[in-house]
Design a protein around this ligand. Structure first.
Ligand code: FAD
Length: 468
């Protein structure tokens, strides 16, 4: 059997690329070593973590939030195995959805580990050890990423006491004390899950801020909110050891700037120090596909590797490790393979932290604008001054709009607030069209909505907000 495209990996990059290529008339196969489609995102990442974030937030609301609204339910009881069953059912329906879409689009899904033998040839070895070689005009590497350890520290992740995010979404009981190594998105999301369910969570982070790379004002305020929720932070702290000890574990760290080391005990340690591109066993060396200095498959602006007919997208290439970035690259590449002009605008890729409140961001941060010497203006509006937020007892957070001082073009929008991950998209669409803060501030927004705070923040960049 010969294909137009063989995609290796069925995560958001790979499966979306396959569907789009099939929709554009190509004969497509997807090779996936996991038993189910959907990659990290659907099986052990975005989807299961969001199922747990939602369920744990409902529990937390029942325990702490509803009484102030006049809803008295008594102390809620946690049924963790039922919560996990909800998560598993969510994953199952999503991965089955991908299998359905493959069928619908006549895509051949092939279970097994793919190895590139050279341009046009992919060897697949299934779990039973059977080997077949498939021929194709184009190969797409979409093999994603894997858990990265702590730089310079040997840590034995057993997924029981010392866990990665994979173990962190499948705990059998709520740990009394939990240490999260890494104050990035995954650490804070999963830390929030277990904190809401009753764990005492301490975050140990190398940088001086959480959510490194996020707008500084946003990460500071967000840290204050999480601290109010009970999370503790050790920032500017370099972890030098994570070891099992008795029934739990010990984490040793020292100030990055120098000083005395400290050791904390915990029942559970979540190592959330990032992810690394996954290319093991893919045959890249043998087929001459080049990697960059960070182990990512090197590509040009059209997702071409240095070997003709071999392309790469998603977490395995440069750029933010986000599912929607991988998906958009999958679409763009399929269009390119079909002779069209696929394109991703890397200036407008939203990022969301799905905690409560959520944090969402698109475009440049103030720090990035300063570093680039761009003159900009800032408009801010707090949710304390938004009627809908007050009605929902959700007035934590604010909207911040950054616009070019001369042209008024919106360069970045940052939101902390309930539903920030949904609200950010009006900013993304505006920025995609090169819109100005005046465009945003003069767009009629329904009342009462949280989104009115976006309009008010935009008004604040060029004149004054109305409700403050
Ligand atoms: P992946 O999803 O990693 O898929 C790659 C697939 O390739 C895997 O199924 C793997 O088994 C397969 N594979 C690898 N090698 C081979 C081979 N040789 N042969 C056959 N198959 C192979 N991103 C967001 O945007 N939003 C979120 O809320 C979010 N939450 C996350 C939460 C967690 C806990 C984690 C870990 C990640 C989260 N991410 C989130 C990141 C997101 O999961 C990734 O950015 C996304 O999955 C990348 O997609 P991909 O297609 O590049 O690779």
């Amino acid at each position: 059997m010969s294909y137009d495209v063989i995609v290796i990996g069925s995560g958001p990059g790979g499966y979306v690329c396959a569907i789009k290529a099939a929709q554009l008339g190509m004969k497509v196969a997807v090779v996936e070593k996991r038993a189910t489609y959907g990659g990290t995102c659907l099986n052990i990442g975005c989807i299961p973590s969001k199922a747990l974030l939602h369920a744990s937030e409902v529990f937390h609301q029942a325990a702490h939030g509803m009484a102030d609204l006049g809803v008295e339910v008594g102390a809620p009881t946690l049924n963790l195995s039922k919560m996990m069953a909800h998560k598993d059912a969510t994953v199952k329906s999503n991965v089955e959805g991908v299998a359905f879409l493959f069928k619908k689009n006549k895509i051949d899904g092939i279970q097994g580990t793919g190895k590139i033998l050279g341009a046009g040839k992919v060897q697949v070895t299934n779990d039973a050890g059977e080997v077949q070689v498939l021929e194709t005009k184009n190969i797409v590497i979409a093999t994603g990423s894997d858990v990265a350890g702590i730089p310079g520290v040997a840590v034995e992740i057993d997924e029981k006491i010392i866990v990665s995010s994979t173990g962190g979404i499948a705990l059998e009981k709520v740990p009394a004390k939990m240490i999260v190594v890494g104050g990035g998105v995954i650490g804070l999301e999963l830390g929030s899950v277990w904190s809401r369910l009753g764990a005492k969570v301490t975050v140990v982070e190398y940088l001086d801020t959480i959510l490194g790379g996020m707008d500084g004002e946003v990460s500071k305020q967000f840290q204050r909110i999480l601290a109010k929720q009970g999370m503790e932070f050790n920032l500017g702290a370099k972890v030098t050891g994570v070891v099992k000890s008795g029934d739990g574990a010990k984490v040793t760290f020292e100030p990055v700037k120098g000083g005395e080391a400290q050791t904390l005990d915990a029942d559970l340690v979540l190592v959330a120090t990032g992810r690394k591109p996954y290319t093991a066993g893919l045959g890249l060396e043998e087929s001459g596909v080049a990697l960059d200095n960070r182990g990512r498959v090197e590509i040009d602006g059209h997702y071409r590797t240095n070997v003709a007919g071999i392309f790469a997208i998603g977490d395995v290439v440069k750029g933010p490790m986000l599912a929607h970035k991988a998906e958009d690259e999958g679409v763009a590449l399929a269009e390119i393979l079909a002779g069209q002009h696929g394109h991703v605008n890397y200036e407008v890729i939203p990022g969301v932290v799905y905690t409560q409140p959520e944090v969402a961001s698109v475009g440049k941060t103030e720090e990035e604008l300063k570093a680039a010497g761009v003159s900009y203006k800032v408009g801010k509006f707090p949710f304390t001054a938004n009627g809908r937020a007050r009605a929902m007892l959700a007035s934590d957070g604010f909207v911040k709009v950054l616009a070019d001082k001369d042209t008024d073009r919106v360069l970045g929008v940052h939101i902390i607030g309930l539903g920030a991950g949904e609200m950010i998209h009006e900013a993304a669409v505006l920025m995609e069209f090169g819109g100005s803060s005046e465009d945003l501030g003069r767009t009629c927004h329904a009342h009462p909505t949280m989104s009115e705070a976006v309009k008010e923040a935009a008004l604040a960049t060029f004149f004054k907000p109305l409700h403050m």
